[in-house]
Design a protein around this ligand. Sequence first.
Ligand code: MN
Length: 283
Amino acid sequence: MNTISLTLSKSQQDLLHTLYHEYEVENNNAYIAHQYRPMDCVISLYTSGKAVFQGKSAEEYASAFQITETTSFEEHAGSDEVGTGDFFGPICVCAAKVTKKDVSFLESLGVKDSKQITDEVILRIAPQIMERVPYALLILNNAKYNEVNPTNNMNEMKAKLHNQCYINLSKKTALPKKIVIDQFCEEKTYYRYLRDMPYVVGNIYFTPRAENQFLAVACGAIISRYAFLKSMEKMSETYHFSFPKGAGSAVDEAILKFVKEYGKEELRNVAKLNFKNIQKVGL
Ligand code: MN
């Protein structure tokens, strides 16, 4: 049986529904938004935007969507960040640029569904992406974070880091016309945070969940997650300590254990001190 998987843009998903809604059947898979059964094909549209065409005529049905996908590709840069929800560890931001000749290589690595990629796969594919596409990576370590936090809120720091990534990227490669940021605040607010910066990269397109729609944002997300994982690994080696991710109860326990071993002062070198976890454990 033929099986073809494609990631569809929002407008392609709408087109799929317009074409085949009369063949829609019920399904009880929570991850499948719609399933259609036209002649000789089963088309499952997942909530992630992935469409799977199965059956004798899978190729015919899928071809319409494949053509649109490759011809509509536009060279672009994109960026994303990691670590902003983690009590321990740095904030990593990365901007990358993707041109048409990189598309099939990146797709063969499985770059598209970046949120669903495991840490193990990130560690394997990120170095390959870093060899292939131009990128600029910034790591804001905890000591620096705690130093600038009193005068910069989280989004302000993100805005400055994203902007600096694009400045650094522009020194390696010409910035394309299209630049996309995985949106974390209003466009107006973003530029307000940057008003005192000597140089501001403008004309940016902001959209949520951009890592599913733009390969360069997906690359930025994967490279920054790689940098975050590597930083955490290094911290673990330095302190012979296992730092949990996120900001949940495992983190609360780890804070107390860490402070017992290394003292409260040392926390500022491994953690984001403005997180509520600090009050929660009574420090
Ligand atoms: Mn993001």
